[in-house]
Design a protein around this ligand. Structure first.
Ligand SMILES: Nc1nc2c(ncn2[C@@H]2O[C@H](COP(=O)(O)OP(=O)(O)OP(=O)(O)O)[C@@H](O)[C@H]2O)c(=O)[nH]1
Length: 393
């Protein structure tokens, strides 16, 4: 699938930047256009791969922002996004729409710029384009405090409403206990890119041979057409030594074409990888059985993609998800050094993390209202004399 990817806010921009880096490294092609939009100039300057002319600053003329961010205020974030929508649209004029299957708006939902701006943009894109609008929303971790939870819980509703499918990544489930926050985010962003690009770029050929059950953009589109929230499972393993020896130009010249790898073992490897993916950390923890549709992409050297393994894995996933709509396909990459499995679980309805986020958000909202009322009472008390005998001017 080919997408126009737009990162909104700091996290959104960094993640889209990592998408481009992963595409470059893995030879995959996902994005037909990439853009980072932010209200803080300093964050845009830190991106590494995205060309400078694909970085857009918004809210610059607003007295409250002036290129320095919106200070985790999503109302202000959505206001400046609305003010600058025409400029954003102009930047998107370069999207080669005939080669683009949809739009992907990416944002961290705990702050202000992305949290407020991403739903505004998604809604506007939905009105302009016929292509589907997808979202990738990052949930804040619990230890960030009440405010980010409140921002995220409110944004989640608007973002899900404005998109055809909102794929979710939960920072809490991926929190690193060691190292700095920045280094942790950097690692996390690489993991996000690996998962999303492996899944969504399936079917975009890199010159490798086409297989009998190749995944294509319409399969992914169909799986995402459920709406709601989605999560992604992933696992990978090294390719066999025999495969490695036949890779690259030299390997292919030396190879006599014979294969000694046992088909049964390869089938088992794929089946095992799919099970491992679904049973390990999802981008957002969810009850797999609550998914409406699922899609499995096995990506790697064609000689290792066992069709039997793919079929068995599909049947297993059908039982796990209790769904009739499970698609499975491969994505051949002749010179890949790993066999990767990405599983899209679409429209999951049992997502405990979202319930927890909403509970924390309600508590944060109540606390904030109570504190505001107390502060008003204290100021009143301070400014009024003891017997309330003075008349203010
Ligand atoms: N996975 C990941 N999450 C991040 C990263 N940076 C920030 N976040 C998350 O995203 C949320 C929003 O942070 P930012 O993206 O910095 O905020 P913003 O949208 O730029 O908004 P303002 O800074 O308020 O203008 C945070 O609460 C974190 O949960 C990152 O690099 N990776």
């Amino acid at each position: 699938m080919n997408l126009a990817a737009i990162g909104f806010g700091n996290a959104g921009g960094k993640i889209v930047d990592r998408f481009l880096a992963f595409e470059e490294r893995s030879g995959r092609s996902l994005t037909t256009e990439a853009l980072a939009i932010n209200s803080a100039e300093i964050d845009l300057a830190k991106l590494e791969v995205l060309p400078p002319d694909r970085r857009l600053i918004i809210g610059q003329t607003d007295e409250r922002v002036k290129g320095r961010g919106v200070g985790a205020d999503p109302e202000l974030g959505s206001e400046i996004a609305r003010q600058d929508l025409t400029e954003i649209e102009r930047q998107l004029d370069t999207v080669p729409i005939h080669e683009t299957d949809g739009f992907l708006v990416v944002a961290g939902l705990g702050g202000g710029t992305g949290s407020g701006g991403a739903p505004e943009l998604a809604e506007r894109l939905g009105r302009i384009y016929e292509e589907p609008i997808y979202g990738l929303g990052v949930l804040p971790s619990a230890d960030e405090g009440g405010r980010p939870s409140l921002n995220a819980a409110r944004s989640l509703q608007a973002f899900a409403d404005a998109t055809d499918n909102l794929m979710v990544f939960d920072n809490d489930a991926w929190r690193q206990t060691q190292g700095s926050v920045a280094a942790g985010y950097d690692r996390t962003n690489r993991e996000i890119a690996r998962r999303f690009v492996t899944l969504l770029a399936a079917g975009e050929l890199d010159g490798s041979q086409v297989s009998e059950s190749a995944m294509d953009a319409s399969d992914i589109r169909r799986t995402l057409a459920t709406g709601g929230l989605s999560t992604i499972a992933f696992s990978q393993a090294d390719v066999e030594a025999e495969t490695k020896s036949k890779q690259g130009l030299l390997g292919r010249l030396r190879s006599n074409g014979e294969s000694h790898t046992d088909e049964g073992d390869l089938a088992k490897k794929i089946h095992g990888l799919v099970r491992k993916a679904v049973q390990s950390r999802l981008t957002c923890p969810a009850d797999v059985a609550s998914a409406e549709r699922a899609l499995v992409v096995v990506s790697g050297p064609p000689r290792e993609v066992s069709q039997k393994g793919l079929q068995r894995a599909r049947q297993w996933l059908e039982r796990e998800t209790d769904s009739v709509e499970v698609l499975a396909g491969d994505d051949p990459r002749t010179d890949a050094d790993a066999l990767s499995v990405a599983v899209l679980l679409s429209n999951v309805t049992e997502v405990p993390r979202v319930d927890e986020l909403q509970e924390r958000a309600v508590t944060a909202q109540e606390n904030s209202r109570q504190q505001a009322a107390e502060r008003r009472a204290e100021i009143d008390e301070l400014l009024t004399d003891e017997e309330n005998e003075l008349d203010p001017l």
